[in-house]
Design a protein around this ligand. Structure first.
Ligand code: NAG
Ligand code: NAG
Ligand code: NAG
Ligand code: NAG
Ligand code: NAG
Ligand code: NAG
Ligand code: NAG
Ligand code: NAG
Ligand code: NAG
Ligand code: NAG
Ligand code: NAG
Length: 527
């Protein structure tokens, strides 16, 4: 027994040396690639990134997917731009490749997603989107950096990452995947639209697609709230909560359960007259004066252009309170301001409070490097067998989930396909009670990689990454996505508050069970 154990230990240590040596001896020889870091990283290492822009905090990542070979590199993307790319290659490789995305306007590598993918044996890459830090300032007079942001950073990372992976393992890649949310969701959609060969399977959460119009809408919402927080018609954060509660009062139970979660915002047409202060009101922190009422009503409308064409749909009801720090706090939304200043007008003094229809039209015509990401024809991707699993939180305060439903219709009409055929390659899941990519009162942990789940919990039914793999490799298309609500949102403790199956759009969830909606079997997806 002792002998056997020592032989196993010897085998394990010689394996580890082999992998560590294989890593250290790895000769990267790819055009335009300059390796900055090449290191063997044992499982459980807390990697720190001392040279990364501090706005990209946290500047560390714990590995938990086994030993990895870490390659960090500069990749030249033009004579005036480069991306910073990381590839983490696990010792226990599954034969799969995965690219991660970014968030906001940021040039921050998604290290947590890379580590998450490693834990499933993916060789995973992430890039900095062509610039470092969360600000849009690096776009100023730097069209090549904007081009990296629009599509080239992810696409270049895929080309280099695939070569690197194949060289390192001396084997071809069996399947290629993508995982991202928000700007990361847009990047995934962009690759499906313009580079259909990059991925077999794409998980795209809360996509920031129709990007220019999203930016217009965000800026417009700030103007609806107004830029003077001392004005009598300014709606305070507390009043937005009052408004949100009133919306829930009107719409929460339309799905059959009183749980502070709206399953189908499409059924919710809130009226706010009930909140107007009566002449005898004594507590004006709980009601709206006429000016506040007008602003609140406007904030629930879609944005139309001056000819009456829809630019971008409404913020779905239920996201109002959480939107305060982004849109309603009396200041222009930072991404709208940065994007117009640095990527559109190259004018650092441009004033976002002046945003108007003329700006929308200018941006429509410019559409830098086709960043709009609104091509409704996914035939090239679909005909290669590509699949997209997309999801959107129904309390998203930053990117309205109504826009994901709008793309579904756009896809259907552009490709002249009914939902049953769309669903052969594109499935959209509405995640009730989820905010922007994660968080919220609903069962929002769907394996998108934000929480460390206990071992043995995940399956293709409750984990979007496993679901896309099962769809591509076994032909098992996801019928629903089961989400988990952890007690205190602490997955590591392993105590489930409730689970709920989120329906495949356009189905909606209705409750016929008893109590507060926690009975998973009480929910049914209906058309
Ligand atoms: C990893 O290192 C960072 C920076 O030193 C530290 O703040 C963080 O707590 C560490 N994380 C873990 C899990 O050890
Ligand atoms: C971004 O940061 C990385 C280190 O984290 C550095 O190697 C790279 O040169 C930086 N890129 C730019 C454009 O400053
Ligand atoms: C890596 O370490 C984590 C704990 O940090 C552990 O759960 C996991 O099983 C380890 N993976 C391998 C492949 O050893
Ligand atoms: C990475 O590229 C940037 C921009 O070209 C350059 O400033 C930086 O020195 C490079 N870093 C390394 C380690 O080569
Ligand atoms: C970069 O290349 C473009 C053509 O692709 C050229 O117009 C431009 O002058 C070049 N810039 C520099 C700094 O070499
Ligand atoms: C790639 O797929 C083939 C065929 O299914 C399988 O035999 C092989 O083990 C896979 N490669 C890896 C590295 O898992
Ligand atoms: C109002 O706006 C100013 C300037 O942005 C800020 O300093 C102040 O904290 C705000 N007040 C409230 C109540 O939000
Ligand atoms: C006024 O209404 C607000 C919001 O509902 C509430 O938090 C506060 O306690 C109320 N104040 C009084 C004096 O009733
Ligand atoms: C409104 O949008 C429609 C459709 O894109 C466009 O044809 C029209 O010119 C726009 N109107 C203005 C004033 O930009
Ligand atoms: C930059 O924006 C400011 C503020 O809107 C404006 O006054 C100025 O004319 C703009 N500069 C240029 C060069 O367009
Ligand atoms: C949740 O938080 C409460 C209050 O802090 C605590 O008493 C309870 O033990 C926590 N439960 C779990 C499973 O984390």
């Amino acid at each position: 027994m002792a002998l056997l154990l020592s032989m196993l230990t010897l085998a394990a240590s010689s394996y580890a040396q082999t992998f560590a040596q294989q890593c250290q001896n790895f000769q990267v020889n790819i055009p335009n690639v300059k390796v900055n870091v090449l290191e063997f990283v044992p499982n459980g290492t807390n990697i720190t990134f001392p040279y990364t822009d501090p706005t990209c905090a946290p500047l560390y990542q714990l590995t938990y997917g086994g030993d990895v070979c870490r390659v960090a590199m500069n990749v030249t993307t033009s004579n005036a731009s480069n991306i910073f790319l990381e590839a983490w290659l696990p010792s226990q490789w599954s034969g799969r490749f995965l690219s991660t995305g970014n968030g906001g306007l940021a040039g921050c590598i998604g290290y947590s997603a890379i580590a998450y993918a490693n834990s499933y044996g993916f060789a995973a890459v992430g890039a900095n989107n062509g610039h470092n830090g969360t600000s849009g300032r690096p776009f100023l007079n730097s069209p090549e950096v904007v081009e990296d942001f629009a599509y080239r950073s992810v696409h270049t990372g895929v080309i280099v990452g695939k070569q690197l992976t194949q060289q390192f393992y001396a084997s071809s890649i069996n399947h290629s995947y993508y995982l991202g949310c928000s700007t990361g969701g847009r990047q995934g959609m962009k690759m499906a639209q313009d580079f259909p060969g990059d991925f077999d399977g794409i998980v795209a959460g809360a996509p920031a697609f129709d990007f220019n119009h999203l930016t217009d809408w965000s800026g417009w919402l700030s103007s609806v709230a107004g830029y003077d927080n001392t004005s009598s018609d300014f709606i305070t954060a507390g009043l937005w909560s009052v408004i949100n509660n009133e919306i829930l009062r009107q719409c929460d139970t339309l799905d059959g359960a009183k749980d502070n979660i709206i399953e189908d915002p499409d059924l919710c047409r809130p009226y706010l007259e009930s909140l107007i202060c009566s002449p005898s009101a004594t507590n004006t922190s709980a009601c709206l004066n006429q000016g506040q009422y007008n602003r609140a009503v406007k904030s629930l409308e879609p944005l139309y252009n001056s000819s009456g064409t829809l630019i971008y749909p409404r913020l779905q009801p239920g996201g109002q309170a959480a939107a305060y720090p982004f849109f309603f706090n009396g200041r222009p939304f930072i991404y709208t301001s940065d994007y117009y200043k640095y990527a559109v007008y190259n004018n650092a003094s441009w004033d976002a409070t002046t945003l108007s229809q003329a700006d929308f039209t200018y941006l429509d015509n410019l559409d830098p490097y086709k960043i709009s990401t609104w091509n409704g024809n996914l035939s090239p991707f679909a005909s290669r067998g590509g699949k997209i699993l997309t999801y959107h939180g129904l309390q998203d305060p930053l990117i309205t989930s109504d826009n994901s439903a709008r793309y579904y219709s756009h896809l259907s009409s552009t490709m002249s396909l009914p939902p049953n055929s769309i669903d052969d390659f594109y499935r959209y899941f509405r995640i009730s009670g989820m905010g922007h990519c994660s968080g919220g009162p609903g069962s929002w942990d769907i394996g998108q990689g934000y929480v460390g789940r206990p071992k043995g919990v995940s399956s293709p039914q409750n984990n979007v990454l496993e679901a896309i793999v099962a769809w591509i490799e076994k032909g098992e298309a996801p019928e629903y996505v089961e989400g988990i609500k952890w007690v205190n949102d602490t997955a590591s403790a392993g105590v489930v508050s409730f689970k709920r199956r989120h329906c495949r759009y356009p189905r909606r969830n209705v409750y016929t069970g008893t109590g507060d909606g926690k009975d998973e079997e009480g929910w049914k997806c209906v058309l």
